[in-house]
Design a protein around this ligand. Structure first.
Ligand SMILES: Nc1ncnc2c1ncn2[C@@H]1O[C@H](COP(=O)(O)OP(=O)(O)OP(=O)(O)O)[C@@H](O)[C@H]1O
Ligand SMILES: [Mg+2]
Length: 472
């Protein structure tokens, strides 16, 4: 009878509600709106709630105060009263939960008079989203995620494991060409602000970078600096733990917006180049499956048992990134030449950044970071170092090491002198090597018998003649 009454009163009730659930319709992705509502309610409305709960939220810096479950808080927006309520629901058992361990489904419900429906949908909810996003960005301890091997993805394990991200690197402390640095910073900021642009041109809101250069030149440091600059999370994707394309897709879908997805040493991680012959087949398969990732099926043929180049390309092209916010994808490598050109062609990777050996400009930044000194204070030593750095290839990591051990300003001179000595030794070594190489090649020539030498000479002569003829 009660139920019946409830139904009748609900029918005549002038109030309507909108529910916002923790996971989106697809249940593969945590709803950003839910997070925003949570943050909004704890920032702006918690003062008016009577039951609060305190917890140290997921990797956040501070104790997080939020509205307790099944509490109601009121809010007003443009003089319209609204009520928020948290709701927990046991899932129905014929639904197989993709997120194991999530026994309850959580919702936020906002209740309001139905005459305000348009206003709530078009004005109020966007306002909540905006304010909530701001609150999270401000509040939030950024996180570094690493992917778990898939055999641990079952009941207890998550796909990504987060730890707090505290890397001190910033663009200020990054030693590289100052103009390049400014360009990169400018582009990053532009990217961050260009949501409308990306949706207008129908591009997924993402950007790809390839960082290449010898070891110790600051590739990983650059990534940390970018993350700090943009205030993004970092997903460090270890490809060797990824078994096939399906897993790669799942990992990608589980990343949240405002994040940097990093694959370090892409050339060493996995042999992507050899699998190109599968490309066509694999592509057909992907076209079938563009809807949503599926559980790996035992009856699937071989394609999904491997991580293939085409899988990687789809990953980068963002076939599945339609679901959300801004993402940056970064590859690093020591040998750009070894990569399959398809992987790095322009349009896929928007920008290639070379991190190179330490030259004078970079050195000045390091000297300032490590010893807090400038060119004017140690004019002569700086001059000497400048010269040496033009002749010798040394990584910023090696230079930094020389500037480290004694770090008070008094000893700066000694440090610089140490660096000069090290550079000079390196220079000598390099010279010796060149000489040795030269000796070796002359030795080889001498090892040939005179007749052999003659033959080589004649052949070279012939070649030259042929070239001359060809050029006429
Ligand atoms: N350009 C740089 N500016 C400031 N510090 C640097 C720079 N390059 C290297 N370093 C210092 O050297 C260390 C090693 O650098 P980093 O790990 O970024 O090199 P990498 O290019 O990622 O090398 P690998 O190719 O071996 O991964 C860092 O801890 C950092 O302190
Ligand atoms: Mg590195």
């Amino acid at each position: 009878k009660d139920l019946w009454m409830n139904k009748i009163s609900a029918y005549f009730s002038p109030y309507v509600h909108i529910a916002i659930s923790e996971y989106g319709a697809e249940r593969f992705q945590r709803s950003e709106l839910f997070d925003a509502v949570e943050a909004y309610l704890s920032e702006d409305c918690a003062v008016r709630a009577r039951k609060l709960k305190a917890e140290i939220g997921r990797g956040r810096k501070n104790i997080q105060i939020s509205v307790d479950d099944s509490q109601e808080v009121s809010d007003t927006f443009r003089n319209v009263p609204l009520w928020w309520r948290t709701v927990k629901e046991k899932p129905s058992y014929n639904v197989i939960s993709y997120h194991p361990g999530d026994e309850d489904r959580r919702f936020y419900k906002v209740v309001f008079h139905r005459s305000h429906r348009n206003m709530v949908v078009h004005k109020y909810l966007p306002h909540v989203l905006e304010a909530g996003r701001e609150a999270t960005a401000w509040n939030r301890q950024r996180r570094l995620f690493t992917n778990n091997p898939s055999h641990r993805w079952n009941s207890s394990g998550a796909i990504w494991s987060p730890v707090a991200f505290h890397h001190p690197a910033t663009f200020d402390t990054l030693a590289m060409d100052p103009t390049d640095k400014e360009t990169i910073k400018g582009e990053l900021m532009a990217f961050k602000d260009r949501k409308e642009y990306y949706s207008k041109v129908g591009k997924a809101w993402k950007r790809g970078y390839l960082l290449f250069g010898p070891p110790g030149t600051g590739k990983s440091t650059m990534i940390a600096a970018m993350a700090n600059y943009l205030e993004y999370d970092v997903y460090d994707l270890e490809l060797t733990a990824v078994k096939n394309n399906t897993e790669l897709r799942k990992l990608f879908i589980e990343t949240t917006g405002k994040s940097i997805i990093v694959i370090e040493d892409i050339d060493c991680s996995v042999d992507l180049t050899g699998k190109r012959k599968d490309k066509k087949k694999a592509r057909e398969k992907f076209n079938d499956n563009t809807k949503l990732p599926i559980e790996p099926n035992k009856d699937d043929d071989d394609d999904d048992t491997k991580l293939t180049l085409s899988g990687m390309l789809n990953f980068i092209d963002g076939l599945w990134s339609a679901c959300g916010g801004e993402r940056i994808i970064i590859f690093t490598t020591n040998n750009k030449d070894k990569l399959d050109p398809a992987l790095i062609r322009p349009g896929r990777m928007d920008k290639h950044i070379e991190m190179s050996y330490c030259r004078y400009e970079a050195f000045k930044v390091l000297a300032n970071n490590y010893l807090d000194i400038t060119e004017h204070e140690f004019f002569e030593l700086f001059g000497e170092i400048q010269q040496l750095l033009e002749e010798i290839d040394i990584s910023p990591a090696d230079v930094a090491e020389k500037l480290m051990p004694i770090s008070t300003k008094k000893d700066a001179g000694a440090c610089l002198e140490g660096l000069v000595v090290a550079l000079k030794i390196a220079k000598q070594d390099a010279a010796v090597k060149v000489k040795e190489a030269a000796n070796k090649s002359t030795e080889k020539e001498e090892a040939l018998t005179p007749s052999e030498q003659r033959r080589i000479g004649e052949e070279e002569q012939k070649d030259d003649n042929a070239k001359d003829e060809a050029s006429y």
